[in-house]
Every structure is written in C-alpha cells, then in structure tokens.
Write a new protein. Structure first.
Length: 68
C-alpha cells in the first residue's frame, strides 16, 4: 500500500502527487523554517490587503447610504 506525502492513499505501484513532490523538494532545498517564514510573510501581506479592501468597501457603502 502506498500513501502520498499528503496522506492520501494511492494504491499499489502508484507515484506521489506532482504537487506533493514539489513541496517536498522546496522544503529540502530551502529548509522548513525559511519556507514557513515566507508563507507567514505572504499570509500577513494578504491579510493587510484584505483589510484595506474591506475598509474601502465600508467607506463606499457609507457614501452610497448618505446619497440615499
């Protein structure tokens, strides 16, 4: 029985998912800590962008409500 890195059962004589292989290669190449730091930085940046968009939409909603 063969399981992929992600834990999914692949059956007999199956190869790992290509996405899972790429992730393992990246982790081996750059190290777990560096990869996690990059992911954390990216998630924080995305969170800030979402907050800005929500703020803009809130302001836009307020302007529309004032006009009505």
């Amino acid at each position: 029985m063969a399981y992929c890195y992600c834990g999914e059962y692949l059956g007999f004589n199956a190869d790992y998912h290509s996405e899972c292989k790429k992730i393992i290669q990246i982790l081996e190449l750059y190290g777990k800590e560096k990869v996690l730091n990059v992911l954390e930085t990216t998630l924080l940046r995305n969170e800030k962008q979402i907050d800005k968009k929500l703020e803009f939409l809130s302001e836009l909603k307020t302007k529309i409500e004032k006009k009505n």
